[in-house]
Design a protein around this ligand. Structure first.
Ligand SMILES: *Cc1c(COP(=O)(O)O)cnc(C)c1O
Length: 234
């Protein structure tokens, strides 16, 4: 019999169009919860704290595709570089450079795990109304793509854009923010990545807004509490 986690997982997956992948956000939930989803076929999991990801990665199946979704401090990149598949929230050249450096150093280990030697990353775009110190504004992101020497970093691959919508019940506002991110993605693809098919990911949509996100170009939805239940922050 399916567990509650497995039922919720199936429910979300059934609502996703074929081209949209689910990142099951397992932060603050135990490895046993991840295994329930794993046993139902889920392979992509997202975590937001380095130590927690380390602990889980070490005890869980090797074919899990780990995504790092939170704010990543430069001094912690080295811990996850050997096994991480996608880093969702890059918002500075300094962080990108450090990921590049650590990808280079972890190349042998990444290859031995069957991973791409390049670490794929997404640029975090700030489209929500809340004040936050994380993420590029669209203007900053454009300036970054125009002027930062990111093309010289050979061990990272900018694979798309990530954003979070405002924390609100206003579906229209959320839709507008995702539409803004989608327009930015399309502009960036045309202007900076025209010959790079690897620039293809739009990471938006969480438990409360993933159905809106898939109407606005999302290719990766990050759903946590709807599948795993409320988080215990204690
Ligand atoms: C926690 C988190 C999620 C998942 O949020 P839910 O509302 O539990 O689905 C998605 N994205 C990011 C960046 C997060 O930190």
């Amino acid at each position: 019999m399916a567990t509650i986690i497995q039922e919720r997982l199936a429910e979300v997956k059934n609502r996703l169009p074929e081209e949209v992948r689910l990142v099951a956000i397992s932060k603050y939930h135990p490895a046993s919860a991840i295994l329930e989803a794993y046993d139902a076929g889920q392979r992509i999991f997202g975590e937001s704290r380095v130590q927690e990801l380390q602990d889980k990665q070490q005890c869980l199946p090797a074919d899990i595709e780990w995504h790092f979704i939170g704010h990543l401090q430069s001094n912690k990149v080295k811990y996850i570089a050997p096994y991480v598949s996608l880093i969702h929230a890059v918002d500075s050249f300094r962080l990108l450079e450090e990921i590049n450096h650590r990808a280079q150093r972890a190349e042998t280990e990444r290859l031995s795990r069957g991973l791409s030697p390049k670490i794929r990353v997404l640029l975090q775009l700030h489209v929500a109304q809340e004040e936050t110190k994380f993420g590029f504004t669209p203007e900053e992101c454009k300036a970054f793509l125009d002027s930062a020497p990111w093309r010289q970093l050979e061990h990272v691959e900018i694979a798309g854009i990530m954003c979070m919508a405002s924390f609100t019940d206003n579906a229209e506002q959320i839709a507008q923010e995702f539409a803004q991110a989608e327009a930015f993605f399309k502009m960036a693809k045309q202007r900076y990545f025209a010959d790079a098919p690897s620039f293809c990911e739009c990471s938006w949509g969480m438990s409360d807004d993933y159905l809106i996100a898939i109407e606005h170009g999302s290719t990766l939805v990050r759903v946590g509490s709807y599948i795993f239940g409320p988080r215990n922050y204690a």
